[in-house]
Design a binder for this molecule. Structure first.
Ligand code: AGP
Length: 606
């Protein structure tokens, strides 16, 4: 969960690297560092804490040179101190690394026995010693990197520079993303396309076990044996401005307000209104042979998977199992050629989800992925790659990617239901008409921003929250609770409302705000009873209700009215006020909304 950037070309390397690290800071922000080469010397500056501390140091004493590497860290091994910050240096070599070296302790002992002196608590420092050891044998930097990583067990996206070969960067990838952007007389490597946008819209994506040597006018990829690999460049259709805040106070706020666009862009070009159908290119799956579908994901994406279960079981009429990827991968998953597995991941890089689908692939099950990043690791190991088109999501708390995932799952359900004849063209047309109305409904909820900001003032001191929902909205109660806790650090739990009497109602007192998702759907009468029961015990109820509601509003202490939406699309619209409530409470709490403590955007380590 770190971010690495490297630059070689005609610009001041430090400036390009700092700008790139800013775009990657959402991946981790415990410490940061830059190494450049100038006049045959390797120079390094590092600092604990956020990137701005390093930027201040570099402002005072800049690093010269037009070749360099940089890193922003999410601490895995070793505290977030300057000594543990990357780059790690040994001799004339500096290394930055994202990933985990699982055998670092044994390698550390081996290197110590040969006289190596360690200066940090990190696993990464191993790499600098291993590479330096190879260079001392007379190998080139590229050969030394290849030789060194053959000792390593674990995951890595690494970049290395050496004062002895000042015109190049050597990088390598295994189970961690690495992309190379290139333009005339310059190139940049990074963990994420966001950091290359200023330099190029052409990129190549490294696959597992590949090594790349980059100079200002060449990009050469080999496998671990040094055999050349041909890579096809891809055009990146994200612009630098998409990675800016555009006047919003936080990336998360911007991304909440981008949701009408994110949902629209996700379905645009695939909806066939006349036919009441969805267009998918080469969706090569024998639908009649499907016995069961598995949906696997983590965090917010897992909540999307829970919604997917309701949709697919109702409209595709096949059993659906939803699993947390971190659990699924260690169980004995009963998967095979008749049980397609759908992996949902905004980043497409989540370690547990990636490992889970690699296990699934070994067991012969077809893999479908829903990801927001083209050429992400998860999309590249899938048989069928579906993409949300939410644009880059910088805020660590996922918002627009989530509603775009729900949109994709709805589209997939419609597509599959139509193929199976369970959704006829008339119902398909109705589904599409309702889908096309969703962005406007989101806009309507967004227009309540001041009202929700005011409401948050009444509740932001609470120490605990409960979120209740039923049926297809129960996962949205979980999502609302996750948003609140990861942004404001207030403990919050999502629960199926029907579970209240089985324990959680013991929590209810005058101090406990309860957010109840109470749209006018088939569960409405039951939800009203849940609200009454909580109210009778002093609970403070914030109800999310359908426009024109009367009954729930009478019971609730406060309410937010949202446009009525058929149950199969309600989760998308229902999520919006919960995101906004969590955002405003976090702002009032003064937490770091875009980079909440201890979190990172892409969990690329287990
Ligand atoms: C969402 O707000 C969280 N930041 C987190 O739960 C996230 O959804 C989870 O880490 C999965 O990430 P992915 O979608 O990139 O796989």
């Amino acid at each position: 969960m770190c971010g690495i950037v490297g630059y070689v070309g005609g610009r001041v390397a430090q400036d390009v690297i700092l700008e790139g690290l800013k775009r990657l800071e959402y991946r981790g922000y415990d410490s940061a560092g830059v190494a450049t080469i100038f006049e045959g010397k390797l120079n390094i500056k590092r600092s604990e804490g956020k990137l701005e501390k390093l930027a201040t140091k570099l402002k005072k004493s800049p690093l010269k040179g037009s070749v360099g590497i940089g890193h922003t860290r999410w601490a895995t091994h070793g505290r977030p101190t300057e000594a543990n910050a990357h780059p790690h240096k040994e001799g004339d070599v500096a290394v930055v690394h994202n990933g985990i070296i699982e055998n670092y302790m044994e390698l550390r002992e081996e290197l110590k026995s040969e006289g190596a002196k360690f200066k940090s608590e990190t696993d990464t420092e191993i790499l600098s010693h291993l590479i330096h050891r190879e260079i001392k044998k007379g190998h080139t930097l590229e050969d030394s990197v290849r030789a060194a990583i053959k000792y390593v067990k674990g995951t890595y996206a690494l970049a290395v520079v050496s004062a002895k070969e000042p015109e190049r960067i050597v990088a390598a990838s295994y189970d961690c993303p690495l992309v190379v952007g290139f333009a005339k007389n310059e190139a940049v490597i990074s963990s994420d396309v966001l950091a290359i946008l200023e330099i190029s819209d052409q990129a190549i994506f490294l696959s597992d076990g590949e090594v790349v040597t980059v100079t200002r006018d060449s990009v050469d990829v080999t496998n671990l044996d040094g055999v050349g690999v041909t890579k096809t460049p891809r055009r990146i259709d994200w612009s630098p401005v998409m990675a800016e805040k555009d006047g919003y106070r936080h990336f998360m706020q911007k991304e909440i307000f981008e949701q009408p666009r994110a949902v629209t862009d996700t379905f645009r070009g695939q909806v066939m209104e006349e036919e009441g159908d969805i267009f998918f290119e080469d969706f090569d799956l024998d639908l009649d042979s499907i016995d069961r579908i598995y949906l696997i994901a983590c965090g917010t994406s897992w909540h999307a998977a829970l919604v997917g279960k309701f949709l697919l079981e109702e409209y595709f009429n096949v059993p659906v199992e939803v699993d947390l990827a971190s659990e699924f991968r260690y169980r004995k998953p009963l998967v095979g050629k008749n049980t397609p597995v759908i992996a949902i991941s905004q980043s497409g890089e989540t370690a547990d989800t990636l490992a889970a689908i690699k296990e699934v692939s070994r067991r012969g099950a077809p893999i479908i992925s829903i990801s927001n990043v083209v050429e992400s690791s998860i999309s590249r190991v899938s048989d069928i790659g579906m993409f949300t088109h939410a644009g880059p999501e910088i805020g660590v708390a996922s918002t627009k990617a989530f509603t775009a995932q729900l949109t994709s799952l709805f589209m997939l359900t419609l597509y599959l239901g139509r193929r199976k004849g369970l959704i006829d063209s008339a119902l398909g047309r109705e589904f599409i008409q309702e889908l096309v109305r969703v962005p406007g409904k989101i806009e309507k909820v967004l227009s309540l921003d001041d009202e929700i900001a005011k409401l948050s003032k009444k509740y932001f001191h609470a120490t605990d929250f409960l979120y209740l929902g039923r049926g297809i909205n129960y996962p949205i109660a979980l999502e609302g609770a996750l948003k609140l806790k990861e942004l404001s650090y207030i403990h919050a739990e999502g629960y199926p409302a029907g579970e209240m009497k089985h324990g959680p109602i013991a929590l209810v007192d005058e101090e406990l705000p309860i957010v109840v998702l109470a749209p006018r759907d088939r569960y409405y009468p039951k939800i009203l009873s849940n609200m009454e029961e909580a109210k009778a015990r002093g609970g403070r109820i914030i109800a999310i209700v359908s426009e024109g509601d009367t009954d729930a509003k009478k019971i609730a202490d406060d309410f937010i009215e949202i446009p009525h939406t058929p149950h199969y699309l309600m989760p998308i619209v229902m999520t919006i006020p919960l995101q906004m409530l969590a955002y405003h409470i976090a702002v009032l709490k003064g937490t770091d909304v875009d980079q909440p403590r201890n979190l990172a955007k892409s969990v690329t380590v287990e």
